[in-house]
Design a protein around this ligand. Sequence first.
Ligand code: ATP
Length: 311
Amino acid sequence: MTSPAASKVVHARAPGKINVFLKVGARLDDGYHDVATAYQAVSLAENVRASAADDFSVHFSGPIDTSDLVTDGSNLAIKAATLLARKTGYRGGVHLEIEKNVPIAGGMGGGSADAAATLLACDTLWGTELSREDLLELATQLGSDVPFAFTGGTAIGTGRGDQLSPALAKGQFQWVLALADFGMSTPEVYSELDRHRERHRQDIFPAQLQPQVDTNVLQALRAGDPHMLAEVLHNDLQAPALHLEPELAEVIELGEEHGALAGMVSGSGPTVAFLAADLDSALELQIVLSAARLRVVRAQGPVHGARIIGD
Ligand code: ATP
């Protein structure tokens, strides 16, 4: 193990994600649900700059309002750094500067991207040089979406979403993301899903214990065809998210009326992800939604997972 030079800064980047398909299994005895999801890593990404320090600290900057975000040991980036230090016996600390671009509690895995980029940045800064497998194992301990933020690209996630297998994907998909000015708690959206399923027990099929990703989704990703993908986008968390925040339905409608191939709530919301046919339609849609006073960003996917950036 080499000791880091005092002035060295290591820059790592990790992507946010869109669940282009998300099926949620029945509620298990421990209160959790198994899922079957198709993840796509997108170009809306987190930048983490790590520098040597005696203790652990984090500071946020960037376009996202981070004023309510905890910066103590419960922050996912600090958790990632302390876990790595514990695992490797590293005795120093780190200061993390995070440029946050992914909305907080937005359903795009921003906290998970912070954790994945932090693992990689600290491993490089501290010279602890864990294998990729060991880093992935730590990622799994930090949260269900952290392994995917680490690996990126396109992948199928099962179990809690953390058991990944890569999926073939061609080309680039163009997304327009409508960001909300509020966050949604993932556990609350899952609880609302359970209530929704209870209320509609008579009308809907009971949820499978081990859900699966629709083969048409894999085919659309393999073909790199946005029209095909638009037909099969699916999110079981959309109905409960819309029940909790009904105005999101209007956002979806607005985008679909103005050229989006399809719109859906991303993950547990409240970000709404619109799939566009190509870059030109994405740009047009971005203009329309911005004119309606929505906060809009564009993103492409798939992109790669956490990696070191040479500044
Ligand atoms: P997912 O799609 O993986 O469910 P999300 O995108 O909805 O996640 P995140 O932004 O990853 O949500 O964070 C969820 C919660 O974790 C937030 O409510 C926040 O309080 C807490 N949190 C802790 N550390 C971070 C961090 N570095 N960035 C964002 N949120 C964090």
